[in-house]
Design a protein. Structure first.
Lengths: 291, 259, 279
């Protein structure tokens, strides 16, 4: 128990502090509008009235946390999942594109990494470009992919998944190449002394050794996939998905809606990363790489 | 010759771990005289390194007292009473050899000219003149350890505390450095506390050998060396050397060091 | 059809050349030549396929027309570059990384703060922060200030986490050594913690170069004045003039690589002593 508090205590304190800061900022930012409104009505506000007003505006500059929580509750629990106003529905649309793209990106990334590790020519030709591409803001390509694919009649899930795939692909290639190359010369020589072939070395040594690297890059990859899916929802004009909620919210100044979509995206990202972390722990423990 | 520089009285240190308390040191009583070369020998877990760290105020004893130069260990540390040499050279890779030796001098506020003079002097002492502008990673392990000794000598503390400084080096290099260390000790007349797990090394270097044993960490024998202060590696072939080494070995066995 | 055949022929020849080069003796020249040949081959294959299969330029313009567009619209591209990269990305990068650096040094003194902030920092670094863009555009207006604000928030946490990790990265002997010298907090910070943290700090700085550019460009999708790389990309996509979009992407790629390269060069000069930088 003390161990738990030792670890969680500081984090919980920080979170409480952040929520308090959020409330304070909400009061500070929304006060101008509240005063303005009161002045037009020829009223003067007492401090407590002012605070109450800053936390109950319809389009505040910064909604108070409880307003966002209420909005999330309204749009998840109280709405039917099939409803276009249900956050779960929008979240699912984004999630499905994320997962589809992530799956493709992971598969392609691992295949390319294997090619790079086993072919000198591929290593020298492709690897510098993969590394360079990490320094390029690939996300900027997103709108073009959406629109071009739309023009040839592909729309909906697939274009977004392609962006997600593209974003998760590069970190996975880089991490997997590092992982497959992680066995040291002594371990490789050991395999040679047993006269193990390329395939055996791959399955018994390189692949197991690369697992920690793979999981580390999977976590980066899934977070990137989600960002890709959200940004991919922008150019189609606010149709569906969390990105669309963000865009629609910003068109109409619906700040509470923006924040609830944002929190939902954050929860989704945290959940996905945590899920991979869980799989990582189980896998590594089974392989004896973790106590 | 009999002036006491370090004295420990009823010194105990207990670490609290998840598996219960560990008695690293229990009821240690020891006096170290000025100009002594004292070795601490014993199996791992006997508290020899911990004792050295207590002298240096890197660990705080649970009970008992430790005095260095007539002050508490922490006062002595603040007054920079000793130079400390660790198991590894611990040189800063972003500083040259000269820069590493200058580090304590900068911290202690020596002026620039004095710094340069001292760096040159201690580099010469450890036979590294000409390597001042090399980086540590361009030097061999033995040279790095010599540089770390120079760093400990640079600010002229009377006491030199060395924690298995040559443990990671091969035997040929180690023999050479042992000989050099004796010469340096003779020239500078420092008091040296030296932790080792090698019996020949302890016998060859010391005027006094402290044999320690584990669980709880304690002193099981203190052996005054009868060897002359001025010695060369050949002394290891003499009967006198073999006798002292034998007594150390007996002391280690008596302390159940091998169980 | 001739174009397609020619392109494939060229591709095959170049593949053979590269395999030959890669399996031969490796020199500095081959290490540059092989990826360059690969890149050039891809461009020629692209050009050949687009021409040979007469793919509509609305879908995929050939490299030659992108290059032409690039050359003829230099003033526009330069204006967009200044708006997005210099004003938005760089200023946000400096403010964000600077603030994170100072926060990290403050946090490093307190174990409580460190244990509280590190997990939160790691958590936030994985979130789709780019989604904050519409809010910040609402707060700071359409011009570059809101883009810089997005960049500040995006780079802050990765930089914070890396710097805090770095400040704890000295080994035990180096720390004990400072104790034996009775060094003060500031002496410790300047002579040990900061130099030892430099590899981590630069790792953070390098990650943040890409994030800064992404943040500045994507934030423009949520509203901007009528210039900027993100603005140009989204409007030209709407007008289906894809050669301009590709030209803009080329600028973004060049800027991103140059930005990263510059930071990497400074890193090489500062952390020359680190095993990863020594040859």
């Amino acid at each position: 128990m003390t161990e738990f508090w030792h670890r969680a205590g500081p984090v919980l304190t920080m979170i409480l502090l952040l929520v308090a800061l959020w409330y304070a900022a909400a009061v500070a930012l929304n006060a101008a509008w509240a005063k303005d409104k009161a002045a037009r009505a020829n009223m003067s506000l007492s401090f407590s009235e002012l605070v109450a007003d800053t936390m109950s505006q319809e389009k505040p500059l910064l909604p108070a946390p409880h307003q966002v929580v209420k909005e999330i509750y309204n749009t998840t629990v109280l709405k039917k999942i099939t409803s276009k106003r249900s956050l779960i529905w929008h979240g699912w649309i984004t999630l499905s594109a994320t997962l589809l793209g992530f799956a493709f990106g992971t598969a392609l990334g691992i295949l390319l990494a294997i090619g790079i590790v086993y072919s000198r020519a591929m290593d020298m030709s492709v690897m510098p470009w993969v590394i360079t591409s990490q320094t390029i803001p690939i996300l900027a390509v997103a709108p073009m992919i959406i629109v071009v694919l739309n023009a040839v009649g592909v729309s909906g899930l697939l274009p977004k998944a392609i962006i997600s795939m593209y974003l998760s692909f590069f970190p996975i290639v880089v991490g997997m190449v590092k992982g497959l190359r992680a066995p040291d010369q002594m371990q490789l020589d050991q395999m040679r002394t047993w006269n193990a072939g390329g395939a055996t070395t791959f399955w018994k040594l390189r692949l197991p050794r690369s697992m920690p690297y793979l999981f580390a890059s999977l976590k980066i990859g899934i977070a990137a996939s989600l960002v890709g899916a959200i940004v991919g929802e922008l150019p189609t004009g606010a149709v569906a998905g969390l990105g669309a909620r963000l865009l629609a919210g910003s068109y109409y100044g619906q700040t509470i809606q923006i924040w609830s979509a944002l929190i939902c995206a954050a929860v989704l990202a945290a959940g996905l990363v945590a899920l991979i972390g869980l799989i990582e722990r189980i896998t590594l423990r089974k392989m004896g790489m973790l106590q | 010759m009999s002036e006491t520089v370090i004295s420990a009285k009823n010194l105990s240190l207990t670490f609290q771990t998840n598996d219960g308390p560990v008695h690293a040191l229990k009821d240690i009583n020891l006096e170290i005289n000025k100009g002594d070369f004292i070795s601490f020998i014993g199996p791992s877990g006997c508290g020899k390194t911990t004792f050295l760290r207590v002298m240096a105020d890197l660990e705080t004893p649970t009970s008992g007292t430790i005095e260095v130069n007539g002050m508490s260990a922490s006062e002595a540390r603040m007054k920079r009473a000793y130079g400390y040499v660790f198991q590894a050279a611990g040189l800063y890779p972003w500083r040259t050899i000269g820069g590493n030796i200058r580090l304590p001098l900068e911290i202690m506020g020596f002026d620039k000219a004095d710094q340069a003079e001292r760096v040159a002097r201690v580099l010469e002492l450890v036979e590294l003149s000409g390597f001042e502008n090399k980086f540590p990673w361009q030097l061999s392990g033995g040279m790095q350890q010599r540089a770390s000794i120079a760093r400990a000598l640079a600010f002229d503390a009377d006491i030199l505390l060395m924690d298995e400084p040559f443990g990671a080096l091969d035997e040929i290099v180690r023999d050479h450095l042992n000989e050099q260390l004796l010469k340096l000790w003779a020239r500078t007349e420092k008091t040296i506390g030296f932790v080792t797990h090698s019996i020949p090394e302890a016998v060859f270097l010391s005027t006094k050998i402290v044999v320690m044993s584990p669980r709880p960490g304690r002193i099981s024998d203190v052996i005054e060396s009868t060897l002359p202060r001025d010695r060369t590696l050949d002394i290891r072939e003499t009967q006198e050397f073999a006798d002292i080494a034998h007594r150390v070995r007996e002391g280690l066995r008596a302390g159940h060091a091998y169980d | 059809m001739k174009w397609v055949l020619l392109a494939f022929l060229f591709w095959l020849v170049m593949c053979a050349v590269n395999v030959r080069l890669a399996n031969g003796v490796q020199t500095r020249l081959t290490r540059v030549l092989v990826p360059t040949l690969f890149g050039v081959t891809l461009l020629i294959l692209w050009e050949g396929l687009v021409r040979g299969l007469s793919i509509s330029p609305i879908l995929l313009p050939p490299p030659s027309s992108i290059a032409l567009r690039f050359a003829t619209s230099l003033p526009i591209l330069w204006g967009d570059f200044v708006q997005t990269f210099i004003k938005g990305a760089i200023s946000g990068y400096i403010i964000g990384c600077g603030a994170a650096f100072l926060t990290a040094i403050a946090v490093d003194r307190s174990d409580f703060l460190k244990r509280g902030l590190l997990p939160i920092g790691n958590f936030v670094a994985a979130l789709p922060i780019i989604g904050m863009a519409p809010i910040l555009v609402m707060w700071f207006g359409f011009d570059w200030q809101s883009k810089a604000a997005v960049v500040v928030i995006m780079v802050f946490f990765p930089m914070l986490v890396n710097t805090v990790t770095g400040l704890g990265a000295q080994d035990v002997i180096q720390r004990d050594l400072m104790n034996t010298y009775g060094a003060s907090y500031w002496q410790r910070l300047m002579k040990l913690s900061l130099p030892a943290a430099m590899p981590f700090i630069f790792n953070g700085l390098k990650i943040c170069t890409t994030l800064a550019l992404i943040g500045a460009i994507v934030a423009e999708f949520f509203g901007s004045p009528i210039r900027g790389m993100g603005f140009r990309i989204s409007t030209e996509v709407g007008r289906l003039s894809l050669d301009m979009v590709w030209a803009e992407i080329t600028v973004a790629a060049l800027a991103g690589t140059a930005f990263y390269g510059t930071v990497a060069l400074i890193e090489k000069a500062v952390t020359f002593w680190h095993p990863s930088q020594r040859n």
